[in-house]
Write a protein that binds this ligand. Structure first.
Ligand code: FCB
Length: 453
């Protein structure tokens, strides 16, 4: 089998990055609204105030997706648009927007995949301690349960949180992302534990409030590891490298197992418990039981990886990249192998169906004199990556779908609008959309279920 017959070819976005209408129709402030107003935090003072104005143009955007033959659309709900204070009163206008979006998608035969938390923490909850406050387990799960109740008759697939590695690591350790803090390492472990418990409690309550059976997963991220050669020792080195926690305490969030082992195996990885022991909060067996609620699939955002070989000392070592190694506009390395070996190792360890919930690149896209956007770089990149994914599927990895990041150019967090990740070009002066060459290419990939790759 190459790609499964029911493989889902999708696009991904997130609320803050595309919606705009940041202060309209009763939406509450989220931590990104606050962060973007701070001088010097985001490239040239950009913000998501208007973004792609998707809030007003979603019908046009759904029509463009339809034109590209897209089968699934992963988007996030901005918590503070539905609950301006994070808890309590519902903002009906905000809720209506998501209902209309979902209805528009269903009418276009595009399956909605909802992410509940793509970093839009309501500012009111931040003021109460946000992820530091254990009550967030209730705050988040109540919100999640409400969304499941509202949408479960039309939506089957839900993701709890997107990339905890990022929102804790960049939000609270380097401070590059909202809320822009550098807190003691101890606090970040407490927050991480709360994130995982909030995830577990959300899964539990969503299954109770949903009107019919729904499928729930999570979407973590991380740099993947792939072997230098196919010799067993290099494969083992890559496996060890991917599945070890990060010994650098200031960057500890960048690892797979601290986040995924508790969910899928009910325990934190042993190497982490040893290395991080001086910084850990109390973690009870009841907590672990909550965190390890059975879920239905594993979402993974994959952008790149490291080439690994077995060192003479029996430890994995990173192979230095050659001079002039290919990179994206953002400077990220181009490493297609990560889309074979990433899913391969994750499936081996967690035995859960996998969705690639994000993958893509930023390019220096421009509109050419013929009015088109010729992003051959993106096509080449995706072709290389998707070939590897197909190969993984052929080798028995249970891959259910692929969501390209991103549907359209958007607000790339602290880089503002400087980076273009979309298959649709957005002219932010006029909000004009242009499907890039890659979008037409992707339409063919979808039509042929990736057979020509
Ligand atoms: C991921 C984020 C997504 C986007 C891409 C480029 O880390 O989940 O919002 O910014 O990177």
């Amino acid at each position: 089998m190459s790609f499964r017959n029911d493989f889902v070819w999708g696009q991904a976005t997130s609320a803050y990055q595309i919606e705009g209408a940041a202060f309209q129709d009763g939406k509450g402030w989220d931590i990104w609204d606050v962060f973007c107003k701070e001088e010097g935090k985001v490239f040239e003072g950009h913000s998501g105030d208007v973004a792609c104005d998707h809030y007003h143009r979603f019908r046009e955007d759904v029509a463009l997706m339809k034109k590209m033959g897209v089968q699934g659309y992963r988007f996030s709900i901005n918590w503070s648009r539905v609950f301006p204070n994070g808890t309590g009163t519902v903002n009906e206008k905000g809720l209506k927007f998501y209902h209309e979006l979902v209805d528009e998608l269903c009418a276009a035969n595009i399956e909605p995949y909802i992410t509940l938390y793509h970093w839009e923490l309501p500012y009111e909850l931040y003021k109460k301690g946000g992820w530091m406050n254990r009550e967030i387990v209730e705050w988040f799960s109540d919100y999640a349960a409400f969304i499941a109740k509202e949408f479960s008759d039309k939506v089957t697939h839900f993701f709890t949180v997107n990339e905890p590695q990022c929102f804790i690591g960049l939000g609270y350790m380097t401070g590059v992302h909202a809320p822009g803090l550098k807190v003691p390492v101890r606090d970040t472990f407490l927050m991480a534990h709360h994130v995982l418990m909030a995830h577990g409690m959300a899964v539990k309550k969503m299954r109770q409030t949903a009107k019919r059976d729904i499928l729930i997963g999570i979407a973590p991220t991380g740099s993947m590891s792939y072997p230098d050669t196919e010799r067993p020792e290099d494969i083992e080195a890559a496996r060890m490298h991917l599945m070890q926690v990060n010994p650098d305490l200031q960057n500890w969030t960048w690892n797979v197992t601290w986040w995924s082992d508790p969910i899928f195996r009910g325990e934190y990885p042993e190497d982490g418990l040893r290395l991080y022991k001086d910084y850990l909060p109390t973690m009870t067996p009841e907590d672990m039981k909550l965190i390890s609620q059975p879920i239905d699939f594993y979402g993974q955002n994959i952008y790149n990886g490291n080439r690994i070989r077995m060192g003479k000392d029996g430890k994995p070592e990173v192979v230095k990249r050659y001079d002039g190694f290919p990179k994206t506009a953002l400077g990220w390395p181009v490493t297609p192998e990560c889309l074979y070996w990433g899913p391969y190792f994750l499936y081996e360890r967690y035995q859960s169906p996998i969705y690639i919930t994000e993958n893509g690149l930023s390019c220096h896209d421009t509109v050419s004199s013929d009015g088109k956007v010729h992003d051959q770089n993106r096509i080449d990149f995706l072709e290389g990556y998707l070939k590897q994914l197909k190969h993984a599927s052929e080798d028995g990895v249970d891959i259910r779908g692929y969501f390209h990041w991103s549907l359209m150019d958007n607000f790339e967090w602290h880089s503002g609008y400087a980076d273009r990740f979309g298959m649709i070009y957005v002219d932010y002066r006029t909000q004009e959309r242009i499907i890039k060459d890659s979008g037409y290419w992707y339409e063919k990939v979808i039509r042929e279920n990736g057979e020509f790759l």
